[in-house]
Design a protein around this ligand. Structure first.
Ligand code: NDP
Length: 277
């Protein structure tokens, strides 16, 4: 079990780059004041990782809020992703340049292939390898890759993905994929860790009562103790604080196992083996 002490704790990726365990997701945070306020609240709370994507349409707001925070660029870790319609080698290089410009950054910390688009993700990933070698990104990885996608990619890639960002929460515990990523030295990062707000689960409520925490905090603590990086989203300052207040308690092994048993292979998002966008 992983023992973590504070929001600023980091872990080393397979290329030596340090990534914060915990960060803010900004999917569905509106471009402009909404996303800027969320990022500002997160940075003030001590978050040091922001997860965006070209398709979220808010890279400019993220970039502005980061700049205006006055926090040194080296202290903040920014992830963005290449969208499906931009996949392919040349188009990915162009999409990256557009993302980087919108973010207002010289170097992006982590660039991900957003979804495993059939027939394209290998070319897309080759473009990421080029960006990595050119020093334009500090680490590269994938998102929504199942074990078979990774197996396929690992046969030809030259740089092992540092991260696989996937849907992960108590109803979808991804046991096999986690084992595969562990074995392959790829860090799993949880999207929709809060089940998109569907947190009214008896066991989570009981544990919340026991620890004087909320169900959201129980779930996020469970992520970290499993060694899974996590990026909860909120646009509300009080929830942004609440979600980060998880470093002063520890779930027991038995409690971890009982949350694991909630697994129903239930997805709130799309299935990586059957998506149409
Ligand atoms: P989350 O599981 O983080 O849940 C977000 C929802 O929960 C929002 O409706 C939010 O509302 C609400 N919420 C936040 N905090 C609390 C709380 N403490 N108590 C109750 N409700 C709460 O969902 P996301 O799908 O946004 O996933 C997180 C991030 O993962 C995304 O923002 C994105 O960065 C990334 N992601 C990546 C994907 C990929 O394909 N790679 C796909 C989906 C997400 P409010 O904002 O009003 O507080």
């Amino acid at each position: 079990m992983v023992h973590l002490g504070s929001i600023s704790d980091k872990i080393e990726l397979n290329n030596g780059v340090q990534i914060p365990w915990f960060g803010l997701g900004v999917w569905q945070s509106k471009e402009g004041r909404e996303v800027e306020h969320a990022v500002e609240a997160a940075l003030q709370t001590g978050y040091r990782l922001i997860d965006t994507a070209a398709v979220y349409g808010n890279e400019e707001g993220v970039g502005r809020a980061v700049k205006e925070s006055g926090i040194g660029r080296g202290e903040i870790f920014i992830t963005t992703k290449v969208w499906n319609t931009d996949q392919g080698y040349d188009s990915t290089l162009r999409a990256f340049e557009a993302s980087r410009r919108r973010l207002g950054l010289d170097v992006v910390d982590l660039y991900l292939v957003h979804w495993p688009v059939a027939g394209k993700y290998k070319d897309t990933y080759r473009a990421l390898e080029r960006l990595y070698r050119d020093g334009q990104v500090r680490a590269i990885g994938v998102s929504n890759f199942q074990a078979h996608h990774l197996e396929d990619l690992l046969q030809t890639c030259e740089v092992v993905p540092a991260v696989n960002q996937v849907e992960f929460h108590p109803l979808l515990t991804q046991r096999q994929l986690r084992a595969y990523c562990d074995k392959s030295n790829i860090k799993l990062q949880a999207w929709s860790p809060l089940m998109q707000g569907n947190l009214d689960v008896t066991l989570l409520n009981e544990l919340a009562e026991k620890y004087f925490k909320t169900p959201a905090q129980i779930v996020l603590r469970w992520d970290l103790q499993h060694g899974v990086l996590t990026i909860p989203k909120s646009v509300k300052a009080e929830r942004i604080k609440e979600n980060a207040d998880i470093f002063d308690f520890e779930l027991t092994e038995t409690e971890m196992a009982s949350i694991d048993e909630l697994d129903r292979h239930h997805r709130f998002g799309a299935d990586p083996d059957n998506f149409n966008f």
